[in-house]
Design a protein around this ligand. Sequence first.
Ligand code: PGD
Length: 767
Amino acid sequence: MTRPALSHSHWGAFTPEVRDGEVIGVTPLGTDTDPSPLLQNIPGSIRHRARVTAPSVRRGWLRDGPGPSTARGSDEYVEVSWDELTELLAAELRRIVDTHGNEAIYGGSYGWASAGRFHHAQSQVHRFLKLLGGYTFSRHSYSLGATGVIMPHVIGTHDGLFKRSTSWDVIVENTDLLVSFGGIALKNTGVNHGGTTAHPARDALNRFRGRGGRIVSFSPLRDDIDGECEWHAPVPGTDVAVMLALAHVLATEGLADLTFLRTYCAGYERFERYLLGTDDGVPKSPEWAQNLSGLDAGGLRSLARRMAAGRTLVTVSWSLQRVRHGEQAPWMGLTLAAMLGQIGIPGGGFGHGYGSMNEPGLAPVSCPLPTFPQGPNPVETFIPVAAISELLLRPGQTLAYNGQTLTLPDIRCVYWAGGNPFHHHQNLPRLRRALARVDTVVVHDPVWTAMAKHADIVVPSTTSLERDDFSGSRNDPLLVAMKAVAPPYANSRDDYTTFSALADRLGFGAQFTEGRTASEWLRHIYAEWAGALNFPVPSFDEFWDSGSLELPTDPGLTLLSDFRENPDAHPLHTPSGRIEIFSETIDGFGYADCGGHPRWYEPTEWLKGKRAEHFPLHLIANQPRTRLHSQLDFGRTSQGSKVQGREPLRMHPGDAAARGIADGDVVRVFNDRGACLAGAVLDEGLRPRVVQLSTGAWFDPIDPADPDSPCAHGNPNVLTDDSGTSSLAQGCTGQHVLVQIERFEGTPPPVRAHVPPRFVPRDQSRY
Ligand code: PGD
């Protein structure tokens, strides 16, 4: 038995214990004081049955050639050699480019893939497709679709909000009251997309409480704050109304900081007319908000006074913008903080995403990170990332987005590496119909996800445990040398090798590889980076041998402190240089679903709407506690939470009793879009009529040939609505959906989510 060096994942660094090419145990990095339980999903993952063991082609595609097919998702596969795969794929890409042009390839390929600067699947696929002549791309993320568009308009940055957020230490030392919309769930602070070597949030919140700080949490789920807090459980989707009510108290009781609003903001007066009901006759008072949110008006009034009386930080979780009209919550949270006048003061102001990822609150690295060069994309067509089904189902039609009218191109090939749309996209029956329309679907993944099972060409990728790489994230001090701990499993290859062979076959191999092997690229990227720094770092060999390298960071930040100090010397990148409480730009777009200032819009999926007469429970489809998205769903931590093999669905005991449901029962969750099975867990820590089913259980259609088939395993995206946040951002709205639930009677179907598809021998594939 050997004990190899450090390895790294999105949820933490660890030392793997390896036997016979498999990880059998992991020891978290010694300096990590709160290691993530997700690490325990890793043992057994290299040789798991769900791995793609060889290049595979869908039988119908091999037999009939490229073209639309409803067999995607239910067909058999044929194993082919790497040479044959390269030949087939290169010929198909050439055909599409020659016949339909490069914009007919959708390479938006969203997804978190694995930690690692070089073998990062998105970087690899995008570099390859750019050199092929380009591809239709995607903008923004499923995490932050609404924020990614609204915040640059109103505060002039998106990344900076997280990267240069107020640090945990500053909060611990200065904040009196932390008013959190959407909570600060420590389950989410386990992860970061570049990797993360320390988890300070739990300790920071405890130290904050120890100093006398108070936490107020607005969330339908009690455990969105771990530990003590004042919990308010509004009707889901009404946070903006609650924020408006707090703002109303500040405005009407002389508690708003008018000097701050005049000096640092633009357009408060226009917003105030709306707030006070000057034009529409509806004051957005606590009584008004009580009607919508179910929260006591008196309680809101006294909270607003407390917020004005001390150092208050208003935080908004990312989940609140992952709903219809999701642009409004971060914008209104920012406006509320601006009215308190504490933006830029240590411990006061605004924060977005504390408890959404392990980034806000952490010190940023004060130098650039090493990068794998991408090059330009010669194609200009794109979609906001969550419009994938729109793109495939409505070629030639238009989509409103951020003041533009996009014409959707006619996509013939969908090329995916390092993401799982059957995890991240909404309304899976619609997505299945959309994928049936194209000529060819290509997926690179180490495992047989539902997306791989819908592909025509499946490329077996290695996991990060099977290749040398190094990781780094913008808010983590360590570059970590990620040394391979096992050889590539079965017949898998790293994506770089796959793309190198393909590029070679297509005639641009030399441009893609620049003559370097993977290990030469690691050295090259490191050397290029080291050469551009203004401080010395060890040689690559020294770094590789020592296992990690500590980078300088900017500790003790307060968000927008420089702007506060001197708004003329440090103007925001907005048209006014100020925080735009009223945005002339957005107003000028003339959208009915996103106007010039933050406002309350009635949600489409909420308990007080018409739809709730048919589907009377509000399902929160949030991030899972037991895995990252859909990754390693078959791992120990994830499997340990399942109920009768299905994803746990939490519901209030009263709602369960009314339906004859007991703890541990299999339940059927349904609405007019689809249905799934799940395992009931009764919990009083939810607002009545709210249920919670996390994303990430692998989609498992009971009848794979039926696009409307229910999922046996508990994937909530069979239920969610595939509509954008608004015409402004068109972001993902998967967080909220109305459903009905009943006890499942009879013998539930088996869960086959992690079982590979059926294969037929090569000589039978012609029939
Ligand atoms: P992952 O499960 O991380 O989900 O969606 P995302 O697609 O990122 O998928 C990553 C895939 O990459 C996995 O299948 C993994 O096996 C594969 N992979 C890992 N390493 C490699 C590699 O080296 N090479 C290749 N080729 N593949 C690799 C996440 C998305 O879901 C996000 S970020 C959010 S915030 C959204 N949240 C919600 C939500 O709140 N509610 C709903 N209903 N839906 C959501 N979807 C979104």
